[in-house]
Design a protein. Sequence first.
Length: 175
Amino acid sequence: MTASRAETSGVAAQFSSVLPPAALSLAGVVALALPLRLFEAAAPTPILPLLVVYHWSASAPDRFPAPAILAIGLLQDFLLGAPLGQFAAAYLAIRWLTLTQSDFLYGRDGGAMWAGAAATAAVAGAILWLTTSLTAGGFAPVWPAVAQIGLTVLFYPPLSRLFDRIIGARGREAI
């Protein structure tokens, strides 16, 4: 049997709605995996896919489903040489936390969304630090992790504007 045009166009529309957050996350993962030595490694690198996962989970959760987030996290684990499941678990925790707080977050101004990004990033940072410590067999240094999460959160306001433009350009009717 062949699929009807309506079924085919529905699948294409569903795929195209997932494409922007997946592509942005993928670009962030690739950027993290590149062997760049910015500032001679004196400054931490922001975890940009974390912000994509948070923003889309808060603003358009149907457009970035959990399986896509899992795939991005596993790819990041693989490319960065992290324990398999480390970033995937952190990103899925962000999605879960954001969805459980969706009544509070949906339609809020930038300050509330930034506070939500900081809170979920802190939880993700704790997951990343804990899994790093467990696999290292001892406590990993805390301050580099805190600095990395802090820098990541500072990137949220300008990136959220970009993400909102992408969501707005594609229309909110599918949300």
